[in-house]
Design a protein around this ligand. Structure first.
Ligand code: S2G
Ligand code: ZN
Length: 470
């Protein structure tokens, strides 16, 4: 545990009331949605200007005080938790929309801007910020970028990486970098933007982003298919993709659905119970698109890829069907599930899912396993619920053992042990299943360039040579 920082010197850097040390603030700002409980931070600072962020970083370098960059704290991998008396730097007060350009179709926001607010800002100007997930109402743009968040519409709009046209970061050295400045083309050497996207606060603090917006989507069609088995998932995806302009292709199992129906007191969307469901969203500018989608449904039922379907009749129906998918995480949260967030290339999904199913079925004979995720982009969220009466520590130990077998399957398929939730603390020990020793060494080298004193989010993502346990 580092020696306590000179908080009086820290407080002198910021206006009054922006350094918090009360127990409630320390507890709240020291954790994220990963529910990892570790010693509280030494303090929380709330800068409201880039210059204040830079001053805190200089202070941290001078006194070797570790910092934890913090946004909406909706992370699932412990990337924003305090673990050893760090100072949490919350960007929540750095939350302004700074600029909007209708010609460039970009909006420039501070890192603490809430994702939902940026979506609403764009919509009010006839455009769209298309990155969306269940936590959009509390996640912040800086954190979305730091974890390269994906969410529900990646098959059409990509991840945060594809939406960042410019990025301002304060590096671990205290330098302010103004990267790419919104340019569409800029072939002037390494695109440093992409080093900071997904770096989980280990290279710099993201303070501002220029985000590329899209034209507003046409009216959408949404349908829910009852899917009897996983092997034909790709047939379904490819058939819809060939017939309509897809914007989402999500999967969830009946156990996931049952948790949502119970939590929200909803009726089943289809008469029959099916092992799996696929939620398909597509552009429906006219009836022809809907007819094309319905033709695929008929073909899928005839081929046995699906057994039933319900088609949204209006926007309210679309939201009703989406709620069944979007509510899964919150519906199972009270049971403190063991979460996985794995991905492979879409073409590998059938073989991958079959192998994962074999491992999971053999490893969790008595635990409910929930399958859901963005299978249209190869991302599966496998959540395991603790069996009644099983000791939490024993359950966690068993899950870690099973994770190794699941990650062996992921590695065999060239996949990722963390598709969109980041590595943080939770996946750090498994990084080697997806990144080679040479890659991790290169990442350590890059960390040394931008954060030579190792003050930024130490222990997250990987250990530097100095942090490695002896
Ligand atoms: C989702 C939300 C977090 C989780 O629902 O797509 O990313 O794993 C997840 O439940
Ligand atoms: Zn997800």
């Amino acid at each position: 545990m580092p020696s306590p920082p000179p908080l009086d010197r820290l407080a002198a850097l910021l206006p009054p009331g922006r350094v918090l040390t009360d127990a409630e603030s320390l507890a709240a700002f020291g954790r994220d949605w990963s529910e990892i409980h570790l010693p509280p931070p030494a303090a929380v600072v709330l800068p409201r200007a880039v210059a204040e962020v830079a001053a805190v970083v200089r202070f941290a370098n001078e006194h070797r005080v570790p910092l934890v960059p913090s946004g909406g704290r909706t992370g699932m991998s412990g990337g924003a938790v305090a673990s050893a008396g760090e100072v949490v730097v919350s960007l929540a007060r750095l939350d302004r929309v700074l600029d909007f350009d209708p010609v460039d179709r970009t909006v420039r926001v501070e890192a603490g801007a809430v994702t939902r607010g940026v979506q609403e800002f764009a919509a009010a100007r006839g455009l769209c910020f298309p990155i969306d997930f269940a936590s959009s109402g509390s996640s912040q743009i800086g954190g979305n970028i730091a974890t390269n968040a994906g969410g529900l519409k990646v098959i059409r709009h990509g991840t945060m990486r594809d939406r960042v046209a410019g990025l301002k970061v304060v590096t671990g050295r205290g330098d302010l970098l103004d990267l790419n400045r919104g340019l569409v083309k800029n072939a002037t050497g390494y695109d440093l933007r992409h080093l900071f996207i997904g770096s989980e606060g280990t290279l710099g603090l993201i303070v501002e982003a220029t985000l590329r917006l899209t034209a507003p989507p046409p009216p959408r069609g949404v349908l829910l298919l009852a899917v009897p088995a996983l092997p034909h998932l790709l047939d379904l995806l490819c058939a819809f993709r060939a017939a309509v302009a897809l914007s989402a292709f999500e999967l969830f199992c009946d156990t996931s659905l049952r948790h949502v129906l119970a939590a929200r007191r909803l009726e089943r969307p289809l008469a029959a119970v099916s092992p799996f469901y696929a939620l398909v969203e597509f552009d429906r500018p006219d009836g022809a698109a809907e007819d094309a989608a319905l033709a695929v449904v008929e073909r899928a039922v005839a081929a046995g890829w699906a057994s039933d379907a319900v088609v949204a009749q209006d926007e309210a129906d679309c939201r009703r069907l989406w709620l069944l998918r979007e509510s899964i995480a919150e519906s199972i949260a009270p049971e403190d599930p063991h979460k996985n967030d794995i991905s492979v290339t879409v073409s590998r999904l059938p073989a991958f899912l079959a192998e994962v199913e074999r491992v999971v079925r053999a490893s969790y004979p008595d635990a409910p396993v929930l399958w859901y995720g963005h299978v249209g982009d190869g991302n599966l969220h496998l959540n395991v619920l603790r069996p009644e009466g099983l000791d939490p520590a024993e359950f966690a130990r068993r899950c870690r053992e099973v994770d190794e077998r699941v990650f062996e399957v992921v590695a065999a398929h060239g996949g990722s042990v963390s598709a969109e939730h980041g590595v943080g603390l939770l996946k750090k020990d498994y990084l080697g299943y997806s990144r080679s020793a040479a890659e991790i060494a290169a990442m350590r080298g890059i960390k040394a360039v931008f954060d030579p004193n190792g003050i930024l989010n130490p222990g997250k993502l990987f250990d530097t040579a100095e942090e490695e346990p002896t």
